[in-house]
Write a new protein. Structure first.
Length: 276
């Protein structure tokens, strides 16, 4: 104890002195081992994720890229809220065994015709510059086209989407249109991820012009189907595809840019609700 220091001061100094570094080489090695083990666990976890979910994650990223490139693939059919029906003077028309009314009486008879090279398509022209095209087909035209493709294996399709999706054009359209990028997750099976990604690709290629403004579920008499596009969208085109147990119809409403007559939703509803 230094001269002049009291015993109590000496004890206090000893108590407050910082402890020495007593870590042994074995302890330092133990710390390094724990770090290496932690890194190894992280690497193994990443490898396991890529092994089990890497393909699905890649599909998800591709789906998000497709959504940015083609936003319409993110749309699923929504209920049509505007159910108003135009009461304007019009004409009753009959094509392919079906009758319906149009809310316009300015039909240009000289330009209205059934196309000679395609007996299942009618072109109805109006003096306003607007037009209405009508296609008629079977209830399985789309399904038969898909199944007749030599590059597509039917058994694979049925395994991926089920027999119900291939029963009719309406069922196949509904399966495709209800597919969205939100249905794809990294934790589903590889087959499910691949099948849903394929639906998105097909969906992006089959959407008509104007569909980006909305896709709606509609009905018309014995028909059920989908309306692609809101009335008065920027492309001036609205397509309505209808399906029954025995046939299908496709109405395409075209509005002349800058023309004097707008095609409203109530006008489209007039055609659909008088169809029989």
């Amino acid at each position: 104890m230094p001269a002049g220091a009291t015993l109590s001061n000496h004890l206090i100094d000893q108590w407050e002195a910082p402890p020495g570094n007593y870590e042994t080489p074995a302890a330092r090695m133990s710390t390094r081992a724990r770090v290496l083990i932690a890194l190894l666990v992280v690497v193994l976890a990443c490898a396991a994720y890529l092994w089990f979910f890497g393909f699905q994650t890649l599909i998800l990223l591709e789906a998000r890229y497709l959504t940015r490139k083609t936003p319409v693939v993110s749309m699923a059919p929504a209920p049509l809220l505007d159910l108003s029906i135009s009461r304007s003077p019009g004409r009753k028309l009959s094509y392919f065994g079906y009758e319906f009314e149009v809310p316009w009486n300015d039909i240009d008879d000289a330009k209205t015709k059934i196309l000679p090279d395609n007996n299942n398509k009618a072109m109805i022209a109006f003096q306003s510059g607007n037009s209405l095209s009508l296609w008629h087909g079977s209830s399985r035209a789309f399904v038969n086209t898909v199944l007749s493709n030599d590059k597509i294996d039917q058994s694979t399709l049925r395994r991926m989407y089920g027999d119900e999706a291939l029963l009719s054009d309406y069922a196949l359209y509904r399966t495709i249109l209800e597919a969205t990028p939100g249905n794809i997750t990294p934790f589903m099976s590889r087959q499910d991820a691949a099948s849903r990604a394929l639906l998105l690709i097909v969906k992006g290629t089959m959407m008509p012009r104007g569909a980006a403004s909305g896709v709606f579920a509609v009905s018309a008499g014995e028909f059920t189907g989908f309306q692609f596009g809101r009335a008065q969208n920027q492309f001036g085109e609205v397509s309505v595809r209808l399906f029954s147990d025995s046939s299908s119809l496709n109405f395409i409403f075209n509005q002349k840019p800058g023309g004097p007559a707008n095609i409203l939703q109530s006008d489209i509803n007039r055609v659909l609700q008088t169809l029989h």
